[in-house]
Design a protein. Structure first.
Length: 620
């Protein structure tokens, strides 16, 4: 056995047995596995062992760069402890591996267009230094790669060393010879899949696909496969084309803008948004401009030329949007929307929104040798199985109990209030603020409160009135990476005296960060962060109703509850941690929401939680 540690817990042993069974029988495992179970090692050990004996490749997918490093560290321990030879490649987004200055400012689609143009026209010195005309490694790149062989490097470490080469080409060449490849969701659950598989010379049936933090996958894919076009973007495209001397492209972009304005006036006389069919938009465009294919070609060709001088092209983005809009496949909705900027300027936008992540996942799960999807919040599992398109006859659903002592965690539901829109009154907000104050003061040291929205957070913050006996810190909406990092360090620095961090569910601090030990002693989850009513949210609910007869559950209630549980999970990150989780909303006790809580969690229902919280902390 390749397990990297001397001891295996009984629950972890069962998990590893289920992983082994999945890879040996070419089936799928969906695992609700709480924090602390040791999911990374528990998955990689049996999967790697099988891969080494069968010639398969383990593809470990995770949305966080920090988890890449953990996977590499775990694999290094496996090799050292068991004296077994295998190679590992780590791949992150191509943009983040690029040595061309300034590309980090580009959107992924913009970067891909820019990169493809440079490579096609042989203007990228880093690619030219790495690949020959036959797309083989140059002699210098081969020598560099030989230095890296048999060492486990994070992709960013490869970039630090590959200053003269294209790091992406280096890591994909490493992947060809690797038994384990660590990558992002994007690399396999997107249209980029074909290009990557060709580069690494693998086919889906050769892969054991491991999806870490799998609860994120549906929303990530929907976001990845959705696009938007606004009158602002079109105005920028017109100016860009005129300045670059492409009058045909400027005229085309201007006419697209006029069509969008016309549709806004015609269809949105009184409404803020309306559904717009594929044909409605295309028919008006073609009546004015001719065949859509010609419009796209005009914009795309001009965009390619503009990118020779600039990394980014608004003209190319318009062409890319129109190409996506022309898609006839199911699983999407199209919406026309109008609005105003903060300065009062009106605008219109059309949105091409992916409703069904299975458009990108079903083929993978149908064709892959096997897959393991794991998360600490993967309930109810049948929803994730259905939404992601896993075949029921090949998919095992397993829920594992938390390995942490139950006595170390107090879970409290406060049921005398709610954030339901119809119940939001001044009295309701005042009561919620009182509960936040009482809980924050009863929890020693650092605690965090997460709200359904920034606007509600700010409303409650204004009502605290200095009654919280610790420093109050606010998560900033649309914060930069540096601002988030600075807030994180400022917060943990307050662990001794205590601070209250106020953020939002599904925000930067409610998922994806670790605050072990006394860095975070309690979490207050205020309300259930249901999506605001909109045509987009209605389309998602209607789609899942049509496909699964579970529209409200799959499209709204269950995803919102999992955001709450992700936030609450920040309080307990190891078996020695102690923490309090307070859920403020009567709906947490309603049957349809209650079923999303793990079955082994004990909820205490109170109206005044302060005494219970203090007793918990005084008990040990």
């Amino acid at each position: 056995m390749l397990f990297p540690f001397p001891n295996i817990r009984p629950v972890q042993q069962q998990f590893m047995s289920d992983v082994r069974n999945a890879v040996e029988t070419s089936s799928h495992l969906m695992a609700h596995a709480p924090t602390g179970l040791g999911k990374t090692a528990g998955t990689l050990a049996p999967a790697l062992e099988y891969a080494l004996g069968s010639g398969k490749t383990v593809l470990f997918l995770t949305p966080r760069h920090s988890q890449h490093a953990i996977a590499i560290e775990t694999l290094q321990k496996m090799r050292n402890r068991n004296d077994v030879a295998f190679q590992v490649a780590d791949i992150i987004g191509k943009k983040w591996l690029c040595n061309v200055a300034g590309v980090e400012e580009l959107a992924t689609s913009e970067f891909n267009d820019f990169c493809n143009t440079l490579v096609r026209e042989e203007r990228c010195k880093f690619y030219n230094e790495t690949r020959t005309e036959e797309r083989l490694l140059t002699a210098r790149a081969s020598s560099f790669l030989n230095v890296l062989n048999n060492r486990f490097y994070h992709a960013e470490e490869v970039k630090e060393r590959a200053t003269e080469f294209c790091p992406y080409e280096i890591v994909t060449d490493m992947a060809r010879k690797s038994t384990v490849i660590i990558a992002d969701y994007y690399h396999i659950f997107s249209p980029a899949r074909g290009a990557l598989l060709t580069r690494i010379r693998k086919t889906l049936d050769q892969l054991i696909v491991v999806v870490d933090e799998a609860h994120n996958l549906p929303e990530r894919i929907r976001s990845l496969m959705s696009q938007k076009l606004s009158t602002f973007a079109l105005e920028k495209a017109v100016r860009e084309a005129r300045l670059a001397g492409f009058s045909d492209a400027a005229a085309a972009a201007e006419d697209v803008r006029k069509v969008l304005d016309h549709l806004k006036r015609q269809m949105l006389a009184a409404e803020r948004e309306t559904y717009l069919s594929r044909e409605q938009f295309i028919d008006v465009l073609e009546n004015r401009l001719g065949p859509l294919s010609s419009i796209i070609s005009t914009l795309s060709e001009a965009g390619d030329e503009i990118r020779k001088e600039r990394k980014k092209s608004y003209v190319a983005s318009v062409g890319r949007f129109l190409d996506a809009w022309s898609n006839t496949g199911p699983g999407y909705t199209r919406i026309l929307r109008r609005g105003r900027t903060r300065s009062g300027r009106p605008f219109a936008s059309i949105i091409y929104t992916c409703l069904d992540p299975a458009v990108m996942t079903k083929d993978v799960f149908d064709s892959a040798h096997s897959s393991i999807l794991m998360s600490g919040t993967l309930l109810p599992m049948d929803m994730y199985r259905d939404v992601l398109g896993l075949p029921p006859e090949r998919t095992a659903l397993r829920s594992y109990p938390s390995p942490f002592p139950k006595m170390n965690r107090l879970n409290v539901v406060i049921r005398d209030t709610t954030t339901r829109f119809s119940k939001r009154t001044d009295e309701t907000y005042s009561r919620i603020a009182q509960h936040v104050v009482a809980c924050a003061n009863a929890i020693p040291g650092n605690c965090a409160a997460f709200f359904p929205s920034y606007s509600m957070r700010d409303r409650i913050y204004a009502l605290l009135g200095g009654r919280v006996g610790k420093h109050v810190m606010l998560e900033k909406q649309d914060a930069t990476k540096k601002e988030r990092r600075d807030l994180y360090h400022a917060f943990i620095a307050q662990a001794g005296s205590g601070a209250l961090l106020m953020g939002v569910s599904a925000g930067s601090f409610s998922e994806g960060i670790d605050l072990p030990g006394t860095f975070l002693n309690g979490v207050i989850v205020v309300g259930i962060p249901l999506e605001r009513p909109s045509l987009e949210s209605k389309a998602l609910i209607d789609y899942y109703d049509l496909k699964f007869s579970r529209g409200w559950d799959y499209g709204s209630a269950y995803p919102a509850m999992n955001r709450c549980l992700q936030a609450a999970g920040r309080a307990i990150r190891s078996e020695t941690d102690r923490g309090v989780c307070v859920f403020i909303d009567e709906r947490f006790l309603w049957g349809n929401y209650r079923k999303v809580f793990p079955p082994d969690i004990l909820l205490r229902t109170v109206s005044e939680p302060e005494a219970l919280i203090r007793a918990f902390w005084n008990s040990n």
